[in-house]
Design a protein around this ligand. Sequence first.
Ligand SMILES: *[C@@H]1O[C@H](CO)[C@@H](O)[C@H](O)[C@H]1NC(C)=O
Ligand SMILES: *[C@@H]1O[C@H](CO)[C@@H](O)[C@H](O)[C@H]1NC(C)=O
Length: 250
Amino acid sequence: MASGWGARALGQPGRLPAAVPAVLLLLLLLLRSPARAAHIKKAEATTTTTSAAPEAGEGQFDRYYHEEELGSALREAAAAGPPGLTRLFSIGNSVEGRPLWVLRLTAGLGPPLPDGDAGPDAAGPLLPGRPQVKLVGNMHGDETVSRQVLVYLARELAAGYRRGDPRLVRLLNTTDVYVLPSLNPDGFERAREGDCGFGDGGPPGPGGRDNSRGRDLNRSFPDQFSSGEPPALDDVPEVRALIDWIRRNK
Ligand SMILES: *[C@@H]1O[C@H](CO)[C@@H](O)[C@H](O)[C@H]1NC(C)=O
Ligand SMILES: *[C@@H]1O[C@H](CO)[C@@H](O)[C@H](O)[C@H]1NC(C)=O
């Protein structure tokens, strides 16, 4: 399975990543409703290059959220929904100890755990008969669009439910949505704009594609079609956390 893409399709600097998955294109379309597009335009028009607000505020679509800003952007997205709609938790940590944040969105969750725990238990119980959808972005640290789009999507889902958008209310009344914007937060912090994909096959490259132990997370899952040994997970705590979460939570 891991053959075609190993061939450095992302290797030429200046090329856009060819691999924005179809699902993310769909999400982009969803986000670019006329109202949203006007909103984005407005944000562009009113944001100056010197604005460096500490939090990722509503309407700031002009830059990436780094480090703790990702957590605060997700907390804000959660707060945009009514009580009982969202839960923010982490399924584990990256090699360098950054949390792997997940925002869960579905109606009827009840109040969060009282002690402010942010581990997997903070996700709350599964709701019988409600299908789960998990959206995972940024598993190559330098493929960054998905990371932002998923934060915007989470914010739009929560705010849309609160304002009574019939489509989003129906969706979150019947579907258990989990948004994990960044599976490779270490690679993301290492990535530099315009510097695409130098991380394969050597020490962690400046490109930020791999995790901090030089492993490509998208080549590190067991492959049902491969007859060889499944890849060891010791150097990919990000992948192990995702596998454990899915197994616990199916
Ligand atoms: C990620 O892995 C899947 C499964 O092997 C493959 O289909 C896909 O093209 C890969 N994407 C990238 C960007 O490597
Ligand atoms: C969504 O769920 C709420 C709470 O159970 C209910 O009041 C509302 O009618 C539901 N709306 C739709 C469109 O399913």
